[in-house]
Design a binder for this molecule. Structure first.
Ligand SMILES: *Cc1c(COP(=O)(O)O)cnc(C)c1O
Length: 464
């Protein structure tokens, strides 16, 4: 446990928060994101000892540095062990060797078969710990176009003193993704299908959170992608991966399919904490806002283009703000840039800042054709079925011009989650686990509501 850890906003708000506050607050009052005041570090000797530790032991070593004494060593160990007992592989995030210098880091062995489980399982358990201790209750509200909602529902389905309400656009998400959310059998889970689009769902959520009195009365909280705890949990698997593949301090390139910049930011932080790794490749599809930013210094949104890797079809990469704060340590600068982004939809970074970012990152975007070719290549050459996001990561790394000895590609989802896409590219239909086949036969539990904020508010009141 750390007695010196505290958290501040990236945009200059003067409050200093504890670990517990950061979990429950989410966004800072000035619109900024919370970051630790200083990065804790781990010395070389300790990092070397990780090769003999389990995932859970490494998780304790890393996470305890971000947690104050409001939890306690035994409790934190229990929370970690409970969180990862829901994973189907005992290594939690196993490393799979593909060739001499290429490894897959499989992050999809959690209950919803995508990497978001790594953080959501922990968040559910740590909130459960604080709520049951203080005998308080909260209600989680969110909107999803796919993976996040399912991972949140699995993370919160057994949390006492908590109900979870997840909105999704009715009939506009994949059948597999819907089944992951609507077949969970738990009294505190409420799926709301909105007759509208994902943007409508987000607008309703925003309206509800903007009604401060209602939010307070109903004890509503969000667990979205900017929550610090999600990043923190993801740092662990960079240490884990490195401990499993890196015998002689070789130069590792991590390639990460990137949307909201949370997953890859965790890799950058592991480096700040002392892990010896090379660069991190920001892998993007046709939605290449970050690739363009690194190449030109100009950050501007285009329309979102739908691709075969929908979880990274994003034009606003929220966690990039945390990187900008870290490289400048200038909250005024961050506030100015984020205000420009909100008001005129773009900002420019000076070359000096891009140069610093490029010391740790590269970025390459790939086309739909490159993704399907890669999926085909891996199926025939290695007999490995990749999900489309993982394929973006690998195809993008192929374009990297920086040096590395070992490539670790993050496999962020199981291919069965994107079965229709995969089956349209390769003949093999044999990759769907029995658990998912069985789930597809279960009945949906959901409430269908009009695209209307007041209807959703009434639903919340009736069910809280
Ligand atoms: C969420 C998600 C990503 C993107 O992660 P970020 O942290 O948003 O960059 C990549 N792949 C899959 C399968 C995801 O669900």
């Amino acid at each position: 446990m750390s007695d010196s850890i505290s958290y501040i906003s990236t945009r200059g708000d003067s409050s200093v928060l504890s670990f517990k506050d950061v979990i429950f607050e989410g966004l800072a009052p000035d619109g900024g994101l919370y970051v630790p005041k200083y990065w804790p570090t781990i010395d070389n000797e300790k990092i070397e000892s990780f090769s003999a530790m389990t995932y859970q032991q490494i998780a304790y070593e890393v996470i305890s540095l971000f947690v104050d004494d409001s939890i306690g060593e035994e409790n934190l160990k229990n929370i970690i062990n409970t969180s990862y007992s829901s994973f189907s592989n005992k290594e939690i995030t196993p490393i799979r060797k593909i060739s001499d210098n290429h490894y897959l880091l499989e992050l999809f062995h959690g209950p919803t078969y995508a990497f978001k489980d790594v953080a959501m399982q922990f968040i559910g358990n740590v909130m459960d710990f604080y709520l049951s201790r203080s005998n308080q209750s909260i209600n989680v509200l969110g909107a999803t176009s796919g993976d996040t909602g399912a991972a949140a529902i699995e993370g919160f389905k057994s949390v006492s003193n908590c109900k979870i309400f997840i909105l999704h656009p009715h009939n506009k998400i994949s059948v597999v993704q819907k089944k992951f959310m609507t077949t969970v059998n738990s009294k505190n889970v409420h799926n709301i299908a909105i007759n509208g689009t994902f943007d409508d769902c987000q607008r309703i959520i925003k309206n509800i959170f903007n009604d401060i009195d209602f939010k307070k009365e109903q004890k509503l909280t969000a667990v979205n992608s900017i929550n610090w705890i999600r990043i923190m949990c993801q740092i662990v698997y960079y240490f884990y991966a490195s401990s499993r593949v890196n015998e002689n301090n070789k130069n590792i390139l991590f390639s990460v399919p990137t949307g909201n910049f949370g997953d890859i930011l965790a890799g950058y932080i592991s480096k700040k904490m002392g892990l010896k790794i090379g660069k991190l490749n920001i892998a993007t599809n046709d939605n290449d806002v970050l690739t363009r930013t690194l190449n030109t210094g100009k950050h501007y949104k285009k329309d979102v283009k739908a691709t075969s890797s929908p979880s990274i079809d994003i034009q606003i990469s929220s966690n990039f703000e945390r990187l900008l704060y870290d490289v400048t340590k200038d909250s005024k600068f961050v506030l100015d840039k984020m205000t420009e982004l909100e008001t005129v939809g773009k900002y420019t970074l000076p070359a000096s800042i891009i140069d610093i970012i490029k010391l740790s990152f590269t970025s390459n975007s790939v086309s739909e054709e490159e993704v399907s070719n890669l999926i085909r290549e891996y199926a025939t050459e290695y007999n490995i079925i990749l999900d489309p996001h993982t394929a973006v990561g690998i195809a993008s790394a192929k374009k990297c011009d920086s040096d590395f000895d070992i490539l670790v590609s993050l496999a962020t989802a199981h291919p069965a989650k994107f079965k229709e896409t995969i089956s349209s590219i390769i003949e093999n239909e044999d990759f769907v686990p029995d658990k998912i086949k069985k789930m597809m036969t279960l009945e949906d539990k959901l409430s269908i509501l009009d695209n209307d904020t007041n209807k959703v508010k009434n639903f919340l009141k009736d069910n809280i």
